[in-house]
Design a protein around this ligand. Sequence first.
Ligand SMILES: [Zn+2]
Ligand SMILES: [Zn+2]
Length: 306
Amino acid sequence: MQFDVTILGSNAAIPAYNRHPTSQVLNYNGNLFLIDCGEGTQFRMNEFGIKRGNLNNIFISHLHGDHYFGLVALLTSFNLNRREHPLFIYGPLGLEEIVQVHFKHSLTKLSYKIHFMPVFIDEPKVIYEDHALTVETIILTHRLPTTGFLFKEKKNLRKIIADKITEHNIPHHKINDIKRGGDFITETGNEISNTGLTLDPASPRSYAYCSDTVYIESFIEQIKGVSTIYHEATFIHEHEGRATETFHTTTKQAATVALLANAGKLLIGHFSARYEDLNLLLNESKEVFPNTLLAEEGKTFAIGND
Ligand SMILES: [Zn+2]
Ligand SMILES: [Zn+2]
């Protein structure tokens, strides 16, 4: 099952060195989830071959413009393309008003329905669920109400051993039952236990998106053992004072979060426009958490299993 994230924008508020403000697309088996939508998101989608039509859910972390200024443009393109299927947008209270005022004054009547799902910062909550995934909010500490998002694969079904199907003549309609842990009784009345028919499933994968925040440890328990974590690392560690002042994080702080959370892999991003060479940030983070990668635009990272 495909589960990966493509980086569309990796910079902090001011675009620099051909880096764009924050946006990412998570792909779960062809179902696309957009996480933040900074200016330029649509252009990056075109450039990296992201199919907008497969996008039904958009998650906005907070209302600083570098995380949503591309949204009205994207919603307008959907309208020009005569989109009909509904769109769900999860984000802070106020986002609906911001979007609607654009459409009100441009006399736009959308061809599709937008469902705004307000997100609050009182406690982590499951805000999305389908047959395969859940999305929980992660409560962050920034200058505005801000949440991250934890995408969690649901527990997988057990893997049936193909040879056992022919060996015991298992009918097709029994297979799902066995995958869920059921035993099987053969035509001659023999009971075959589930452990003799199946293998353990792969452990569920997860992706924690930790948007703008000052260094905090309060959500670490929630994301413990996460396969891949994205954490902002706006500054090098020397600029820790500036990070704290602006409610942002340094490389070493982001890496410490990944370490404490026992994450499989760390992607760092939201780079300040003051840094041209990102290797400095990468190397600092690796000193604390060796499996760090730069969330570079156009790159796709598999979640877990590598
Ligand atoms: Zn930002
Ligand atoms: Zn911000």
